[in-house]
Design a protein around this ligand. Structure first.
Ligand code: KPL
Length: 296
């Protein structure tokens, strides 16, 4: 089976290295400027250790299983150039809501699954990442055609030694992860702190709790049946990824655009549509917008 991983950021490098190190046929698709560095090999350290030499390409290659590990705002462009065989499954690994639906609108929902990744992966340099904590990948699709192919992705991840499972209700699974991202990402990006500090500083713990409680109310109003308590779930993810620098903290440190649109801002947007006020998420969104403007 041919696997391709699109995106050589923290998550893409992590998945490509783990899959290739387990002997699977993997191509890591990256931007041309990273090609030379990645051709020397990729390396994971920390909780997982792996070195591998996946094939490197600066354009999409035909594959049976594709993992996209790009930012939510780059997903549509990433799937646009793909070529498929009749059984190809594209697993869109992203934070927030809507990326898999955007991919499905471009390439057809029967080819698209969503991947929810709980992975404390830190990008060190092109080809090198550090895993600071617990990792798990939850897979699922709302399309029966894609659901039939999910085992292919599950088996590939398990062969790579990665914890993975298929969710019956992928939308609920995305919301469960969204709660954690709403509580962690922007507040760590604003404060510059690692995830674990959010439970150490009482005022920040209260802020996390307020942001996630709002998100829980919005989910209920939107008719999402989540199987977890939003706040407890967020505290659990904070503990599991305590040593991690969140992806948004890594983005603002590099002066990059953040994923606020699909996280706290998305909660505010759905809240408005459902008539639920979200002052805490509105404020957090405004602060991140300000930080993004610093770099323009
Ligand atoms: O998904 C993450 C992220 O940083 O985007 C968590 C789980 C919060 C780990 O840092």
């Amino acid at each position: 089976m041919k696997i391709s991983v699109i995106g050589a950021g923290a998550l893409g490098t992590f998945y490509a290295a783990m899959l290739a190190a387990s002997g699977q046929d993997v191509t890591l698709v990256c931007r041309p400027k990273y090609r030379e560095a990645l051709e020397k090999g990729v390396q994971v350290d920390g909780v997982f250790q792996a070195t591998a030499k996946p094939r490197i390409s600066d354009r999409p290659v035909p594959a049976d299983l594709v993992f996209t590990a790009v930012k939510s705002y780059d997903v549509e462009a990433a799937v646009e150039g793909l070529s498929f065989n009749p059984g190809t499954l594209v697993v869109v690994i992203s934070n927030g809501l809507g990326s898999d639906e955007a991919a499905a609108a471009k390439i057809g929902s029967c080819r698209v699954a969503a991947g929810v990744s709980y992975s404390g992966v830190v990008f060190l340099e092109p080809g090198r990442v550090h895993v600071a904590g617990y990792t798990e990948t939850v897979l699922g699709s709302t399309d029966p055609g894609a659901r039939d192919r999910l085992d292919m992705a599950l088996i590939a991840l398990e062969k790579a030694g990665l914890k993975a499972r298929i969710a019956d209700d992928i939308r609920a699974a995305q919301w469960e992860k969204l709660f954690a991202n709403v509580g962690i990402n922007a507040i760590t990006a604003i404060t510059g702190l690692k995830n674990g500090m959010l439970l150490e500083i009482p005022e920040l713990k209260a802020l996390v709790t307020a942001a996630v409680s709002e998100a829980g109310e919005v989910a209920r109003a939107a008719g999402i049946r989540v199987g977890v308590d939003p706040v407890e779930q967020t505290y659990r993810v904070i503990r599991d990824t305590a040593g991690n620098r969140s992806s948004m903290l890594q983005d603002v440190t590099k002066g990059k655009r953040t994923e606020i649109d699909v996280l706290n801002s998305k909660i505010a947007e759905i809240g408005r549509a459902c008539g639920i006020p979200t002052p805490v998420n509105d404020t957090i969104t405004a602060l991140i917008r300000g930080i993004e403007h610093r770099h323009q």
